[in-house]
Design a protein. Structure first.
Length: 171
C-alpha cells in the first residue's frame, strides 16, 4: 500500500491495533484516532464498526463519527457506507452521521440505506437526507426519485409513510 508509506509511526500503529484481537487495544486505537487520526483511518474504522462484535468498540466509533466536522470526509464515508447498507448497526451509524457537522452530497447512498434497512435505519436515513436537502442537485434528485419509485411497492407500510416526505424533498 503506497498510501501507508506516508503515515507516521503512530498512525501505522493505530491501523495495526484496529485489527488486533484484543478489544482493549482496539478501543485504545479508536481513542487514539481523536489525536492522531485523519482520513487514512475512516475506512478501517467503518470496517471495525460493522464487523466487530464488541458493542463498546462500536459505541466508541459511533461517538467518534458523531464528532467529525471535516466535510472533506463526506465522499469517503458515503463511498464506503453502501457495502454495509443492510448491517444491523447501520441505524446508530447513520444517526451519528446526521449528528455530525458533515454535509453529505450523495443522497442516493442514504436513499439506498433507507430502502435496504429496517424501519429504524430508514428513519435515521430520512433524517440525514432532510438535513442535507440543500445539497441535493437536480440530477441527484432525479436519480433518487427513480430509485424511490422503483422500490416503493417493496417498502413496509412504515417506510411508505416516510417515503412521502422523501418524495417532497426530491420533487
Amino acid at each position: 500500500m503506497e498510501e501507508n508509506k506516508k503515515l507516521s509511526i503512530a498512525q501505522k500503529q493505530i491501523l495495526k491495533d484496529l485489527e488486533n484481537k484484543d478489544d482493549n487495544l482496539v478501543l485504545k486505537a479508536v481513542r487514539d484516532v481523536r489525536e492522531k487520526g485523519g482520513s487514512f483511518v475512516i475506512e478501517p474504522l467503518m470496517d471495525v464498526y460493522f464487523k466487530h462484535k464488541s458493542n463498546d468498540i462500536a459505541g466508541e466509533i459511533c461517538n467518534l463519527f458523531q464528532d467529525l466536522k471535516d466535510n472533506k470526509l463526506n465522499k469517503l464515508i458515503s463511498d464506503n457506507l453502501i457495502s454495509y447498507s443492510s448491517n444491523e448497526r447501520m441505524s446508530a451509524f447513520v444517526s451519528a452521521l446526521w449528528q455530525s457537522s458533515i454535509k453529505f452530497e450523495d443522497t442516493k447512498v442514504f436513499l439506498q440505506i433507507f430502502v435496504d434497512g429496517n424501519d429504524a435505519t430508514s428513519l435515521e436515513a430520512l433524517t440525514l437526507i432532510q438535513q442535507n436537502a440543500d445539497m441535493i442537485t437536480d440530477s441527484m434528485s432525479d436519480d433518487c426519485l427513480k430509485l424511490l419509485k422503483s422500490e416503493i411497492t417493496n417498502l413496509s407500510d412504515f417506510k411508505k409513510n416516510l417515503a412521502i416526505d422523501l418524495l417532497e424533498i426530491f420533487q
